[in-house]
Design a binder for this molecule. Structure first.
Ligand code: NAD
Length: 478
């Protein structure tokens, strides 16, 4: 049993009130340790540390700031095995996924923004008789709040640009997956990050998270999580005009046309449906297939899905592990029940999986494919965020587009076709922040990342992130 602590001013400290909450291992369904149940006093302490570290960090030479952030990236890779094991133990994802996706990407986030800060530039505007230039100054202390599905990957996706832009950070990882953020503290100290520049406080969303959002000295909130929590945060932050970046839920469509590269589409669609137990905000959970290839797709897709191996996340032979928590396990099973009640036909999966000991109390759900539901039903409108997809046939491009755009969400969409005109038309008309054509989750960190409609506001990635974490000030000379 491990008890973790907050990381404030470069030191590991217990929560001031001495309260803790339990942490669980989803693969075994057992208690694995305790994490701080931090409150407003812990946030106050973190904000004080960040405030005192701020001017020095912002005024450090770009070279040195780059070197320190690069050293954090190196430190993450040097601790790859430990971090991957911790990520798997906390989240139920396979160690292979954590080793090959989550942890390398966390290192890449630091590497990317360490180098970006050396090239970040601001604009100048000349006119006869005047010269204006834009200062892009760090905001001061900022808050970064992240979810459980890609824990260190998404935590660092916020922290790295915030620090690169010269801010000091109060960060909170999800209370469901706190371990890798805890381990990051030591890595930052070893890399030479000055005390107080990054503070990591653990605890519950409505308590610790909300204390971050409400704190008057925290100038901006970068949040990734549910649409529900995002709207709560917006409600609190809007009256005090806090800068907000909100990356929220999704209900992403996959549009599959008869002229696509079938094998590549099939292999990728299995991944885009079920990778990380379907718990990626970019997973395609509504699969729409052109009528002429629907029967073939249905047969081949089901065959592949039935071959997915699920179990002990530490066994490299397994493709999938457990879902993240008992609460989420019950939520996803409830969604499957709802789908049945709505008239959906379960083509495969549809139930929890019983594993041999010591995984017999773990939270495993069979990859589930559902057919026969209308676009308007709750199953096709609400985010499930688990290993559950629906499939449906369409007749033509217009119908495909209407189906794709028929939810309140707009994070990503995937299109499978070799028709150039159609791809450009759909890319322009799909209501989504990210459109993939003949691929999925291919990420270039320079590109803008974010959603439309209920999937959020603001963009992360590349210059967008550095602009978010700075304030533009215009200076004009006559
Ligand atoms: P969540 O909203 O429950 O929690 C996310 C984080 O916010 C956690 O750290 C939590 O403690 C904190 N939090 C919760 N309520 C809060 C409040 N009122 N004030 C401040 N902080 C609060 O989400 P989750 O269940 O951890 O993650 C799953 C959700 O995240 C899904 O909806 C998924 O689509 C979304 N997500 C979106 C993206 C994206 O880039 N758009 C990426 C990953 C996950």
């Amino acid at each position: 049993m491990q008890t973790i602590q907050n990381f404030i001013n470069g030191e590991f400290v217990p929560p001031i009130a001495g309260q803790y909450i339990d942490n669980f291992n989803p693969a075994t369904g057992t208690r694995s340790g305790k994490i701080p149940d931090s409150d407003i006093d812990d946030i106050e302490m973190a904000v004080r540390a960040a405030t005192s570290a701020f001017p020095a960090w912002a005024n450090m030479s770009l070279d040195l700031r780059h070197d320190i952030l690069r050293a954090v990236a190196d430190g993450i890779l040097q601790n790859l095995d430990e971090l991957a094991a911790a990520e798997s133990a906390d989240s139920g994802k396979t160690v292979t996924t954590a080793r090959t996706v989550d942890i390398p990407r966390a290192a890449q986030n630091f590497k990317f923004f360490a180098t970006a800060l050396l090239h970040f530039a601001s604009e100048s505007h000349h006119a006869p008789g005047s010269l204006s230039y834009t200062l892009r100054q760090p905001l001061g202390v900022v808050g970064c709040i992240s979810p459980w599905n890609l824990p260190l990957y998404l935590f660092t996706w916020k922290i790295a640009p915030a620090l690169a832009a010269g801010n000091c950070v109060v960060g909170k990882p999800s209370e469901v997956t706190p371990l890798t953020a805890y381990l990051l503290g030591d890595i930052c100290n070893t890399a030479g990050l000055p005390p107080g520049v990054l503070n990591i406080v653990h605890g519950l969303g409505p308590k610790t998270g909300e204390a971050i959002v409400r704190h008057p000295k925290i100038k901006a909130i970068s949040f990734t999580g549910s649409t529900r929590a995002g709207s709560e945060i917006a409600r609190i932050a809007a009256p005090v005009f806090k800068k907000l970046s909100l990356e929220l839920g999704g209900k992403n469509p996959n549009l599959i046309f008869a002229d696509c590269d079938y094998e590549k589409m099939l292999e990728t669609t299995v991944r885009s449906s079920f990778n990380n137990q379907g718990q990626i905000c970019l997973c395609g959970s509504r699969i729409y297939v052109e009528k002429s290839i629907y029967p073939r797709f249905k047969k081949d897709f089901l065959e592949r899905v039935k071959n997915i191996k699920i179990g002990d996340p530490g066994d490299p032979a397994n493709h999938l592990g457990a879902v993240v928590s008992k609460m989420h396990f019950e939520k996803v099973l409830g969604c499957i029940d709802l789908a049945k009640a709505e008239g959906g036909q379960i083509l495969t999966g549809g139930a929890a999986l019983k594993m041999p000991a010591p995984f017999d109390k773990g939270w495993y759900i069979a990859p589930t494919v559902i057919e026969g539901l209308s676009a308007e039903c709750r199953t096709n409108q609400e985010e499930i965020f688990g290993p559950v997809v629906t499939i449906q046939a369409f007749d033509n491009d217009q119908e495909a587009l209407e189906l794709a755009n028929s939810t309140p969400y707009g994070l990503s969409a995937t299109v499978w076709t070799n028709n150039l005109q159609r791809s450009h038309y759909l890319a322009a008309n799909l209501q989504a922040g990210i459109v993939w054509v003949n691929t999925w989750m291919l990420r270039d960190l320079r590109t803008p990342f974010g959603g439309v409609k209920n999937s959020g506001v603001g963009r992360e990635g590349g210059w967008e992130a550095l602009r978010f974490f700075t304030e533009a000030k215009n200076v004009t000379f006559g």
